[in-house]
Design a protein around this ligand. Structure first.
Ligand code: AMP
Ligand code: ZN
Ligand code: FE
Ligand code: FE
Length: 288
């Protein structure tokens, strides 16, 4: 039995609906799937229903954009209560930040005489958590760039002319927020951020796990992070980080996390719920 615990839908910058994603997970033979859309939990209810219908265990989640010591860190929150009021209120603020950032990126493109308008990007994104991939797709659709890579290389990559820095919550705050919502906080794709020095501090701040298995991790990275997880007594997770069809072949199910790791996550979340009765009960299933 295997799981894929890092997946995106069209509720953020993935291209699949929750139903399409669940069907592909079923096709890949997954026993469990977690949805981790950027700064949102909106897709969780539909994904839960779709997984249920296919006999797949669903784990609610999100991927929060955060920073620690000047480094961008992505924090996965698992088993969160998707109706938790403070979580929803804080997420809504970051969605506003994302929407304003799209407007600013478009304004910069316009100053470069690239005639895109923000409403086109919002219509294409059709979600509350728009980001650079949506701007890139809009540029390609309008014939203003030949490919998504070209859009990032010319305009959207860090320090390129239409790049706009994104305001982020601190990683310690994100960890506390995930805990308040009854979940476990896991550092996503540490091998891509190349900032191992933040791991001891985050472990100190209550980080629960490290995403050792990831589609962009080499074998050497995987082994390195498994050793770091052991050293800092962190749980181990893994996922493909599938964004749908937007980046070549779909990745869902290409990272196969043995189910034992999921069982360990569930044991930890149950233990923390038992030791902190004031916390809302953590469920692996969002409300209907
Ligand atoms: P944002 O959250 O708006 O900053 O967008 C980040 C997303 O853009 C990431 O999840 C990546 O999937 C995607 N991305 C970042 N850099 C590139 C790139 N050079 N080429 C294609 N996609 C990228
Ligand atoms: Zn993404
Ligand atoms: Fe990420
Ligand atoms: Fe991701």
């Amino acid at each position: 039995m295997f799981a894929d615990l890092h997946l995106h839908t069209n509720f953020s910058d993935g291209t699949y609906t929750p139903e399409e994603l669940a069907a592909r997970g079923r096709h890949a033979g997954l026993a469990a799937m977690a949805l981790t859309d950027h700064d949102t939990v909106e897709g969780c209810a539909r994904m839960a229903a779709a997984c249920d219908a296919l006999g797949i265990e669903f784990i609610s989640g999100t991927e929060l954009t955060a920073e620690h010591g000047g480094h961008e860190v992505h924090l996965l929150g698992y088993f969160i209560d998707t109706r938790h009021e403070r979580l929803l209120a804080e997420i809504a603020q970051f969605q506003t930040v994302r929407q304003n950032r799209v407007r600013e990126m478009v304004a910069r493109l316009n100053r470069l005489r690239v005639p895109l308008d923000a409403e086109t990007v919002f219509a294409l994104a059709n979600c509350r958590s728009p980001g650079r991939p949506h701007v890139a797709r809009a540029l390609v659709n309008a014939g203003l760039c030949g490919s998504l890579d070209e859009a990032f290389e010319r305009f959207l990559k860090k320090h390129r002319p239409a790049w706009v820095p994104k305001f982020k919550m601190s990683a310690a705050h994100a960890i506390a927020l995930v805990h308040a919502a009854g979940g476990l906080a896991v550092m996503a794709h540490p091998g891509l951020n190349r900032t191992d020095d933040v791991i001891p501090g985050l472990a100190q701040a209550g980080l629960d796990g490290l995403e050792c298995f990831h589609s962009k991790h080499s074998t050497a990275m995987m082994e390195h992070y498994l050793a770091l997880a052991e050293e800092h007594r962190l749980l181990v997770t893994g996922g493909s980080d599938c964004h749908g069809d937007s980046k070549g072949k779909p990745l869902v199910g290409t990272v196969k996390l043995p189910y034992d790791y999921v069982a360990r996550l569930k044991a930890r979340v149950a233990a923390s719920a038992a030791s902190a009765p004031e916390r809302p009960p953590a469920g692996s299933r969002p409300p209907p």
